[in-house]
Design a protein around this ligand. Structure first.
Ligand SMILES: [Zn+2]
Length: 90
């Protein structure tokens, strides 16, 4: 992919530092929050930037988890109604 860019926020020109963020996925029948995702965060405006590689990993994990949850729910009809929230820390 791309080489490491200068760590300057494109929004506000603030300094971007390494940190952690949350990624939220709204799926058809559930909401998955991934916590502790490695990201670069602007110290000025708080915008977070997740690298393509990390985003890909998280995506893969979300797909796997949502499959697991869906197959679990099939065996647990009483929890199959309504929206579910799932939080995962990485
Ligand atoms: Zn910024």
């Amino acid at each position: 992919m791309q080489k490491e860019k200068k760590r300057i926020c494109p929004e506000c020109k603030g300094i971007i530092k390494s940190g952690r963020t949350e990624m939220v996925y709204e799926l058809e029948n559930m909401k998955i929050t991934i916590k502790n995702v490695t990201a670069n965060i602007c110290g000025k405006c708080g915008q977070s930037f997740v690298s393509g590689r990390v985003a890909e990993e998280v995506n893969r994990m979300v797909n796997r988890v949502s499959e697991d949850i869906n197959s679990f729910v099939k065996t647990q009809p009483e929890v199959s109604r309504g929206h579910r929230k799932v939080a995962i820390a990485v």
